[in-house]
Design a binder for this molecule. Sequence first.
Ligand code: BJW
Length: 228
Amino acid sequence: MDAIRNIVILTGAGVSAESGIDTFRSEGGLWEQHRVEDVATPEAFARDPELVLRFYDMRRAAIQTKEPNAAHRALARLDAEWAGELLIVTQNVDDLHERAGARRVLHMHGEHLNAWCTECDVRSRWIGPLIERPPCPRCGARALRPDVVWFGEMPYGMEDIFAALRKADLFVSIGTSGAVYPAAGFVRNARDLGAATLELNLEPSQGTAWFDEARHGPATRIVPEWVE
Ligand code: BJW
């Protein structure tokens, strides 16, 4: 990585799979007969809030019992040691990058540990069940929803992500199927902006042809191998 100074790393559900957190689109990756596209939308929440809140309460509780794996730890080491610019853009709502020690992390699809009050627009740390309709710590309204980005909503941090992509010498995509935009388009954005591109995934992703290089295997093996 001699000529490389600035790195953008995109991570997806595959980086947390070996910690025991289900991916979205794997075999059996359905939730109670619902596709993620049917549960993770503002329309689904309006139609059946109990179903959606139950889905997120269950996932939030499960995530809190999981631990970072060797891939998270390798990325945290890279973050700590890399003198150039580095940004880990994660699509994951878990906090396993942070619990492994990574600091330069941007959660473009939100965080399961946060709730968002749709009444006063304030985000707060909230880890209890949302299905009980707790009051917002700021305004008291019973209008908290998970602070995650659903289909049709604008992902967080897009300006910061594009600023990092413009400066990047290397773009690395880890554990993501390349099915969901705008994240799936970052490889083309990075290429157009002059970065080298590398895919690290269990299998070829939908966008694998866009990468200069692709290495396939479990994240706990191929990510530490790449970092070392
Ligand atoms: C391993 C492994 C191991 C397994 N080791 N690897 C038509 C064309 C283009 C776009 C659109 C379109 N129609 C609609 C859109 C837009 C839409 C979209 O992309 N839809 C698609 C279905 C086509 N996107 C949006 O609406 C987004 N917003 C938006 O576009 O706003 C407008 C905008 C305009 C211009 C600029 C910017 C914005 C919002 C998308 C929100 C996605 N939200 C979710 C839910 C978040 C909350 C939650 O967690 O519940 O985000 S959906 C879900 O998918 C979640 C994930 O972050 C996301 C990506 O999934 P990911 O991480 O890739 O997981 P999987 O399961 O798909 O893949 C796992 C991979 O890991 C696999 O490849 C495995 O092989 C691999 N793997 N084990 C290594 N051990």
